[in-house]
Design a protein around this ligand. Structure first.
Ligand code: G3P
Length: 221
């Protein structure tokens, strides 16, 4: 399972990279807006992100019509070969995904909330589809059930599209995705940090160090 960071924050991306677990980055217009950068600096910001990671930087189009999305997609893809263009799951979005596949540009179909949408995006030629599991959970719908359904459908139909589980809110989302054999997860740094800690690890380490210091008081650690 590949691990992407869902963030446009350079410091967070560098922190995740240093952990040795980072396979890519996903951004969206809301995450970008949090960075307080001028609009003219957005493409440079993507360049900075691409310089940190080895591959897979999702950058989303803002247009919603076919012509506008195609223009933006080509401009975004020209920034760096690591860019994957994020296209919303709409009727126009499907047309754009199909055209971009023919042009050799990788796409991430975003805002996927149902198996039907995922099937259409895969058929249109999306490289990735992003089901938003946390937002489904927010509406009292089991997001992990969608992931389970998609894993079966994509395996049985040999779709050449990767499932990229997004809108991840807590470590159990990631564990459930890993159990279901999801290709990629993208999550905030806060969730990765929660996965690192366990109270038994902390207390165990304290005990090991205290025992060592008691037995070998003269020896510096
Ligand atoms: O990048 C898309 C997705 O991960 C958004 O997550 O937490 O805003 O639902 P969230």
């Amino acid at each position: 399972m590949l691990f992407f960071l869902d963030s446009a924050c350079i410091a967070e991306i560098e922190e995740a990279k240093a952990l040795g677990i980072l396979d890519g980055v996903t951004t969206n217009p809301s995450l970008l807006a949090k960075e307080n950068i001028p609009q003219a600096a957005i493409y440079d910001h993507y360049k900075k992100i691409c310089a940190i990671v080895d591959d897979n930087v999702s950058a989303e189009v803002i247009s919603t019509d076919v012509t506008g999305m195609l223009q933006e997609a080509h401009a975004l893809a020209a920034i760096d070969a690591k860019i994957v263009v994020k296209i919303p799951m709409t009727k126009s979005g499907l047309q754009v995904i199909h055209k971009l596949q023919a042009d050799g540009i990788r796409t991430n179909c975003t805002l996927v909330f149902s198996a039907g949408q995922a099937i259409l995006a895969a058929k249109a030629g999306a490289s990735y589809i992003s089901p938003f599991i946390g937002r489904l959970d927010d509406l009292s719908t089991d997001g992990s059930q969608l992931i389970q359904q998609l894993s079966i459908i994509f395996q049985k139909n040999y779709f050449n599209t990767q499932i990229l589980a997004a809108s991840i809110r807590h470590p159990m989302h990631i564990i459930q995705c890993a159990q279901q054999g999801v290709d990629v997860i993208t999550c905030p740094l806060s969730v990765i940090k929660k996965m690192i800690h366990h109270p038994l690890t902390d207390s165990g380490l304290q005990t090991f160090l205290a025992d060592y210091r008691a037995a070998f008081p003269q020896q510096a650690l």
